[in-house]
Design a protein around this ligand. Structure first.
Ligand SMILES: [Zn+2]
Length: 395
């Protein structure tokens, strides 16, 4: 049971219950739509008249629309569906190699996107982001409601202070300048937290229904997003979830972003897999190699590439088993480009976790992200969209 925090306590206003009911109806339409008013009333035990009233409000607000259902003889029934005619959100995924700026509809479908190489100079990055964002806003007159940014670093969402170790950016005024330039609310979040939020709201149903999970994001680094009781756990100043820097062993093939050879990231990141491949294949210093190519070689059956992934999968499993022991989540989700080679690594990841989990404990499902190849872009978009579907009144 959650103890009431008197510093944040909000005495229930007369419209609090109405707000909650409104969000319940909206989420029925989002997840079960097209759905009839009668079915919503039946499943929620809300009165028909209350549902109809809320539906009218949601229609006026442009969140839902009526569509014709299948006729079973007479006039086809009118069903409710999310209104997806317009772009409502812009997501910006700042990666260490490239940045994506994309527009999305209310259902989280990407409508248009632009990509550019991420400049190391933060002023140049802000200029490019402002340019692309303005272009998308201009194409969608007055329908964009907010901008979300995902980035590979620490983010204090309240003060918008950020730190990106890869580029050594500290307190870059990205949020202030973008929001001043486009006149819209701008939200920002660490990439793994953002991907966890996207999984919670836009993942496949089997993931959406899980309320406690850990998302492990494997990219150039290793990040984790922790979801407890249906929300992302951020910790003090957004600093939770830095399991990528827990000590796994000694003498990793690469250094982590902070220069250590002992961290999980140094053993299980894309860079670690590439370093293993370079050693196994004797191709040290081949600048054409990248993680996508390594996966292609492994998928095509090349022994050294498979071995490099297999060894990386082992260390991925070691870290995951530590997280499972410490936090006992309902599921662990692995996200990032590596899911393309999921079939090649899943057995090794699971075997490592099984062998190091105490006997008698139920085994935790370890699943590949359902968000495809751009989980962090979906994360950036979710920062805007989740706010529309979440219940604002429940503290
Ligand atoms: Zn580290």
């Amino acid at each position: 049971m959650r103890r009431i925090d008197l510093n944040k306590a909000n005495v229930a206003r007369s419209n609090t219950i109405r707000d909650i009911n409104r969000q319940i109806v909206l989420n029925y339409v989002r997840e079960r739509g097209p759905i009839s008013r009668a079915d919503i009333a039946h499943e929620t035990a809300l009165q028909r008249s209350t549902v109809s009233l809320i539906v009218e409000e949601l229609k006026v607000d442009g969140l839902i629309e009526e569509v014709s259902g299948e006729s079973t003889g007479g006039r086809p029934p009118l069903l409710l569906s999310l209104r997806t005619a317009d772009a409502v959100a812009i997501g910006i995924d700042v990666g260490t190699a490239r940045t994506i700026v994309a527009s999305s509809d209310l259902a989280g479908r990407i409508l248009e996107l632009a990509t550019f190489d991420t400049p190391a100079d933060p002023t140049e990055l802000i200029t490019k982001i402002v340019e692309r964002t303005r272009e998308l806003i201009a194409k969608n007159k007055n329908t964009i409601e907010g901008v979300g940014i995902s980035l590979p670093g620490l983010v204090d969402t309240e003060s918008a202070k950020l730190y990106v170790p890869h580029f050594k950016w500290r307190d870059v005024p990205l949020v202030e300048e973008l929001s001043a330039a486009v006149g819209l609310p701008v939200m920002i979040e660490n990439d793994a937290n953002a991907a966890a939020l996207a999984e919670l709201w836009f993942g496949r149903p089997e993931i959406r229904q899980v309320r406690d999970f850990i998302l492990v994001l494997i990219e150039e680094g290793v990040g984790t997003g922790i979801v407890f009781d249906g929300q992302v756990y951020r910790g003090e100043a957004g600093a939770a979830g830095v399991f990528g820097h827990m000590t796994i062993g000694r003498g990793a093939p690469v250094a982590c972003a902070s220069g250590s050879h002992d961290c999980w990231e140094a053993f299980a990141s894309e860079r670690a897999a590439l370093a293993r491949y370079a050693k196994l294949s004797g191709s040290n210093g081949n600048s054409d190699m990248n993680f996508g190519r390594l996966m292609n070689l492994a998928l095509a059956g090349e022994t050294e590439a498979r071995e490099a992934l297999k060894e990386t999968a082992y260390y991925l499993g070691v870290g995951i088993s530590n997280l499972i022991r410490g936090l006992a989540p309902e599921a662990v989700i692995v996200g990032g480009p590596i899911v393309r080679a999921w079939n090649l690594i899943v057995d090794d990841v699971r075997a490592t976790v099984e062998s190091s989990t105490c006997q008698g404990l139920p085994s935790t499902p370890i699943i590949a992200s359902t968000l495809g190849s751009e989980p962090t872009l979906m994360g950036a978009i979710s920062l805007v969209l989740a706010g529309k579907f979440a219940s604002a009144s429940v503290a």
